[in-house]
Design a protein around this ligand. Structure first.
Ligand code: GCU
Length: 600
């Protein structure tokens, strides 16, 4: 794997690295760790008063990161100890009604105990923070990170003390044109520490990362590698899979890498039988247990082959919106609820839009036999010519693949959604697609394109990016943004590429419980008719290999203002934000039942 040049901000004190961002410690939950989830104090700071002085110069001292104890003599105009608290992980928008629309800085602070010793390092790991994070431990900067949906971690060993410690995080979710995503999107910009926070205590030389998968070239072989955090050679490391009677020991090379190849014929993972094996990666002072499935995914002409067998992706698109309570979803329970609804619909596949979802979602889908399309938020009008924007997109793509490379449930990496055609966009995305293949040559690459309208009811997909993807996917909204439900009847589709086709989005809005004539928008009967007409049209698309309707559940969006109908919800869900199924749900369920029979 090409090592990404990490913007490791190494903070030096007397020439000694006191803290730095380090490559992600894989499978952090399986390490010796303490959770920092729970109550955090927070201070809303719209003018970033805790970071800049009155001349807009960053504080060296006296910033909120010092967590100074308020008293009646010093001039300290903040106090975490008497501030409100918030349950973390969460988004502030749904936790504090004053912050529903807030975009800016909120400071978070938490005290914790830690037992230091000379044989271990402390790695502070965040599942995600949206969007711009500055992390301080005991008043000193541990590191910074941008990107709202991918994990990151810092080696904070030299900042930790034995006993009482505290962590402060400055979170800023302001949108900027050159960010990824850019300023315009159709989902809520939930700000905060939105996923698990973990402090892992690992050996000074630890297993940083590992890969265990079916060998891409040779059948009947499991291969992979184990990587240490430093270039310690001649370390004995091992991979064991008891159920396959595998216990393979290997030795690290001068780069701290150890490779293995093992003859084995594991039971392959399928949606019908999602077999996962317990895999343990060991070193003298470490045991890391994972659950790993084995499968192949490839294309052949217009077919997608799972384990060599043609498959139809019976999908649904899902935003990371918490069921029932709305707000940013993050927990195992949230994942199980959403994925059970997808299973009820008859899905063997989900499109996790438009950003990498939390690890619970990926691991639960794998356990439930659901394949996944995982996507970076290169969405709509990105700053195609800004090199920093490209570096940000590439870093997010790297971290998405890095985190989930052992997750057999993920079959597609998506590099974009609905991006306007231009030479600059093609240069940006083709580079990103090529980069994705350097990180993982075992999964399929796609992106959600836009179909090109053309006269006399013939729609032709034309996108220069077709040569850089394995699957040509596109969003189309006949019956909602274009034409009527009737328009579907004589609509033709021309996809001039010998690759599988996925319709990555279609749908229309309905307020659950609103009923009326099927020709009137916003009621359930209109949405039901839209699904009837669209699915009948899909039966006529040659090479259609999958569909992921937009969307499983109504979700919050600042673009959806229609009073008493949208009220800042996008109502394209087949299920309401209160978990009530709409009539269209059953149209899609029936269509999938037919599809399942066709592909038995
Ligand atoms: C677009 C876009 C989605 C959006 C949807 C809609 O296709 O990809 O993010 O929510 O349409 O307009 O509802």
């Amino acid at each position: 794997m090409k090592k990404i040049v990490m913007l490791c901000c190494t903070f030096l004190l007397m020439g000694k690295a006191i803290a730095q961002e380090v490559p992600l410690v894989s499978n952090i939950a399986a390490r010796n760790n303490i959770t920092l989830n729970g109550k955090w104090s927070y201070i809303v700071d719209p003018l970033e008063n805790g970071y800049y002085d009155y001349r807009l110069m960053p504080f060296k001292n006296n910033g909120f990161f010092e967590n100074k104890k308020w008293n009646t003599t010093d001039l300290t105009e903040y106090n975490f100890a008497t501030s409100a608290t918030m349950d973390i992980p969460s988004d502030w928008n749904s936790k504090d009604e004053r912050l529903f629309f807030y975009e800016g800085t909120v400071w978070f602070q938490k005290d914790f105990n830690y037992k230091k010793d000379t044989k271990t390092k402390g790695i502070l790991h965040f599942g995600a923070v949206n969007y711009d994070a500055k992390v301080y431990v005991n008043g000193k900067l541990a590191g910074t990170h941008v990107g709202g949906y991918t994990p990151f971690n810092f080696d904070v060993t030299n900042l930790l003390v034995d006993g009482n410690n505290f962590v402060v995080v400055k979170v800023d979710n302001k949108r900027h044109k050159d960010n990824v995503p850019t300023v315009n999107m159709d989902w809520w910009n939930y700000g905060g520490i939105t996923r698990d926070v973990t402090l892992a205590q690992v050996p000074n030389t630890y297993v940083e990362d590992y890969l265990v998968q079916l060998d891409k070239k040779e059948k009947g072989k499991i291969s992979g590698w184990i990587k240490l955090n430093d270039e310690t050679a001649n370390q004995s490391v091992s991979v064991s899979i008891p159920e396959l009677k595998i216990k393979k020991s290997v030795t690290t090379d001068a780069k701290g890498m150890a490779y293995f190849e093992i003859k084995s014929n594991p039971v392959l993972w399928t949606p019908e039988k999602p077999k996962l094996y317990e895999v343990t990666i060991s070193k003298a002072d470490e045991n890391i247990v994972d659950q790993i499935g084995f499968r192949t995914i490839e294309t052949k002409g217009k077919e997608i082959l799972l384990n060599g067998k043609k498959v139809f992706l019976r999908g649904i698109s899902i935003h990371e919106e918490a069921p029932f309570r709305s707000g940013r979803g993050w927990s195992e329970d949230d994942a199980i609820t959403l994925l059970n609804w997808a299973k009820e619909l008859g899905c063997n596949y989900v499109r996790l839009a438009h950003y990498p979802h939390n690890e619970n979602m990926v691991r639960q889908a794998e356990k439930m036999g659901i394949m996944i399309w995982s996507e970076v938020p290169v969405y709509w009008t990105i700053s195609w010519t800004n090199p920093d924007t490209y570096a940000n997109a590439e870093r997010q793509l790297h971290d998405m693949i890095y985190r989930d490379k052992n997750r057999c449930g993920i079959v597609i990496w998506s590099i974009a959604n609905e991006t306007p055609h231009s030479d600059e966009r093609d240069i940006f995305l083709s580079k990103l697609a090529k980069y994705a293949r350097t990180q993982d040559n075992t999964r399929l690459i796609s992106m959600a394109m836009e179909v090109t309208k053309s006269p006399n009811n013939v729609n032709t997909l034309h996108d220069n990016m077709n040569e850089f993807v394995d699957i040509v996917s596109f969003n189309q909204y006949l019956g909602w943004y274009r034409g009527t439900n009737e328009s579907c009847k004589d609509m033709q589709w021309v996809i001039p590429y010998n690759k599988p086709v996925i319709i990555s989005e279609f749908g229309g809005e309905a307020l659950q419980g609103l009923h009326g004539d099927k020709k009137e928008r916003w009621n359930e009967e209109y949405q039901e008719e839209l699904y009837i007409q669209n699915t009948q049209m899909f039966n006529r698309i040659e090479g259609l290999a999958g569909v992921s309707p937009w969307i499983l559940v109504d979700f919050r969006s600042p673009r959806r203002q229609l009073p008493n109908i949208q009220d800042f919800f996008n109502r394209k869900g087949l299920i309401s934000d209160q978990g009530i199924k709409k009539k269209a749900f059953y149209v899609m369920k029936n269509w999938y039942a037919q599809k399942e029979k066709e592909y038995k």
